[in-house]
Design a protein around this ligand. Structure first.
Ligand code: MSP
Length: 523
């Protein structure tokens, strides 16, 4: 088994208005990172911020500060949000970090020296007040999309990357590695929309943009967008730096998880750059879908207009981090778009957390107290029904691993919930309350011991997805929280004379109408 796992989110554009939609990638990647850690692998989970470009330069100017002073509180804010959401990244990279700047300059030089980057002229439509080039498609009513003023054709000297050289190589890459880009539908999108029409060389420097990484051998040029942003996945590991042990250990990346709108950059431009650098390619690019409001991508402005709360801070404060993580992982099928609204969110809380899971925990512990005086012993004299129950749970467990190997966190969490619902069903089938009337205490013990163990086996897997309550429930059985899945991997860990307590009620059931009203008032 491979014992390392390298996973990345895209680097985020700095913003202090991050919505639930923005948290989607980091939370999903976090579940993959935690899962692989608990499976015993050494994990490197990378996230960070994409800080250069005209837009930041302009906002900083408007605020009367330099770019780094403008950025610092925004980055602090982002890091605080990731903390609130329990994002267990190993490294947070900023494209303004020194080591990143140096690596990007070295990469640019390498590509120039090997002939993959050359100097030519960039032709575009220029908005003089905004100092920005636009393409025909970006214009709004023929005018600058930012300020609405007219644009004029202009040329400037620029460096280009020979993307056109990689047309056949990228096609072959998709053919030879059907798992390189997932879900599979995105491959057809790439081929039909971008590769078949023909890949054009890519402009990779600008003289009109100042806030960025200068080309060190031609300093009036600033390295533009993708040769700055994409190599963060290498520079974070020390590639071409003084200390490159992480690069040696973790490259090639196991999976770059990105939103569908930036798949093109990761599945076409990025492999082309890596091929030009003669480096191994990432094993997989996973293009996830969007959180939607009706038919539109969820955004702050649409949320305000429709009076929906999309601020993750508000949702965490009211319902806890598990509720937010649960909704994004379970209710939005990974790889597809999915709807968000308050009602769906609140229903997910009640159905999954309060009913299916929380209630099972309190019900099980409550019965041990009520029927067995709070003391549980090993399960004995197992029936065929018990053996089938155990086999079902172990089969689900194996399927959770298979889902996660396949980068399918939604499938995995659904399987975990299938384990909980099987436990609930087993209680209904074995009816401990009837056994109590019959005074069959040894049978009650066996049933409750098996349910306790099954639920803790499932709960151990759940710890990779939900970071708050699941780790606390082991104390109910006088057990310690796991660090590895192996800590609770099979039945038989409950010892004789285990005292069981009921613990706190994990997730209070919500009155949906009341909550909806309060949220609308907050929005
Ligand atoms: N800076 C670039 C990426 C460069 S990577 C070398 C960028 N940043 S971003 O801030 O716009 O997006 C960061 C991530 O947030 C992307 O994966 C994007 O898809 C995700 N999301 C932002 N809004 C989203 C939704 N409404 N739904 C799901 N994910 C969305 O792109």
């Amino acid at each position: 088994m491979q014992n390392t796992f390298y996973i990345t989110t895209p680097i985020y554009y700095p913003s202090n208005k991050l919505t639930l939609g923005n948290c989607y990638t980091t939370i999903l990647c976090d579940s993959l990172a935690r899962f692989n850690r608990m499976a015993g692998k050494e994990v490197f989970y990378l996230t960070g911020t994409d800080e250069h470009g005209q837009k930041i330069q302009k906002i900083a100017e408007e605020n009367g500060v330099d770019e780094l002073s403008y950025l610092q509180p925004v980055i602090d804010d982002t890091k605080n949000l990731w903390k609130l959401l329990d994002i267990s990244y190993n490294k947070f990279i900023r494209t303004t970090d020194d080591y990143h700047v140096k690596t990007v300059q070295k990469i640019f030089k390498k590509l120039y020296d090997s002939g993959y980057i050359y100097k030519s002229k960039y032709k575009g439509l220029y908005c003089t007040p905004c100092e920005s080039f636009w393409t025909e498609e970006q214009l709004v009513n023929g005018n600058c999309p930012d300020c609405g003023r007219p644009v004029e054709p202009m040329e400037e000297e620029a460096y280009f990357f020979r993307l056109s050289d990689f047309q056949d190589k990228i096609l072959k890459l998709y053919q030879d590695n059907p798992n390189f880009l997932r879900p599979r539908s995105r491959v057809n999108e790439m081929i039909n929309n971008f590769i078949k029409p023909g890949l054009k060389d890519l402009c990779v420097s600008r003289t009109s943009v100042k806030w960025g990484i200068p080309v060190d051998f031609d300093s009036k040029h600033t390295i533009y967008v993708w040769i700055d942003a994409l190599p963060n996945y290498l520079s974070a590991l020390g590639y071409l730096g003084e200390e490159d042990a992480d690069f040696k250990k973790f490259w090639p990346c196991d999976v770059h998880v990105v939103g569908k709108e930036i798949v093109r950059f990761h599945a076409i431009i990025w492999p082309a750059i890596l091929m030009a650098l003669d480096l191994p390619l990432p094993k997989q690019i996973f293009g996830h879908g969007w959180l939607l409001f009706g038919n539109d991508k969820l955004s702050k402005s649409k949320a305000v207009a429709s009076k929906e709360v999309v601020d993750p801070r508000v949702l965490v404060a009211r319902y806890g981090v598990d509720a937010v993580r649960m909704f994004l992982i379970k209710e939005i099928i990974f790889g597809q778009d999915g709807p968000y609204n308050q009602e769906l969110f609140l229903n997910s809380y009640n159905t999954n957390l309060s009913n299916e899971y929380g209630n099972l925990v309190s019900r099980t512990c409550g019965m041990v107290q009520k029927y067995l005086g709070g003391v549980l012993n090993k399960a004995e004299n197992l029936t065929q029904q018990d053996q089938q129950f155990k086999a079902y749970i172990m089969d689900c467990r194996a399927q959770v691993f298979a889902c996660m190997d396949d980068i399918n966190p939604t499938g995995a969490i659904n399987k975990i919930f299938e384990m909980f619902s099987r436990c609930n069903k087993f209680i209904d089938e074995t009816t401990p309350w009837t056994l109590f009337k019959e005074n069959n205490l040894s049978r009650i013990n066996t049933v409750l011991c098996l349910i306790s163990e099954a639920l803790l086996i499932a709960n151990t897997l759940l710890c990779a997805f939900l970071t708050d309550k699941p780790k606390t429930i082991y104390a109910n059985w006088n057990l310690s929280a796991p660090t590895l899945f192996d800590d609770y991997k099979d039945f038989g860990f409950i010892k004789n004379n285990t005292s069981v307590t009921k613990g706190e009620n994990l997730y209070q059931r919500l009155d949906i109408n009341k909550e909806m009203q309060e949220l609308y008032d907050l929005a």
